[in-house]
Design a protein around this ligand. Structure first.
Ligand SMILES: [Zn+2]
Length: 99
């Protein structure tokens, strides 16, 4: 019984890399409809929560070159689509969002 454990053991470095890869994949969501070019190529990347309770959202569209970051209040119930809506709302209101 004890033999099975060592067989599937991965090195710590490898496990850490897989963990980081998985996290990175999770933090990027999409694609969504780009508010500038209308193509469904916009991705939303969530940054980590900051000490002041905000989170950095980066919206990227490889089709037209949108690359904007906004800070918004972090909420554990918000999903990427909520941040996307927030971003689109800012853009539609003409807020100064780097596009
Ligand atoms: Zn675009």
């Amino acid at each position: 019984m004890g033999g099975r454990k060592s067989k599937g053991k991965k090195s710590l470095a490898r496990r850490l890399k897989e963990y980081k890869d998985a996290r990175q994949r999770r933090s990027v969501s999409g694609p969504f409809i780009c508010p500038r070019c209308g193509r469904k190529t916009l991705t939303i990347k969530k940054g980590s929560k900051r000490p002041d309770g905000t989170i950095k959202i980066t919206a990227r569209c490889p089709a037209c070159g949108v690359n904007g970051s906004v800070f918004m209040k972090y909420s554990p119930i918000f999903k990427a689509v909520d941040y996307y809506n927030f971003y689109v709302d800012l853009v539609s209101r003409g807020e100064k969002v780097a596009l």
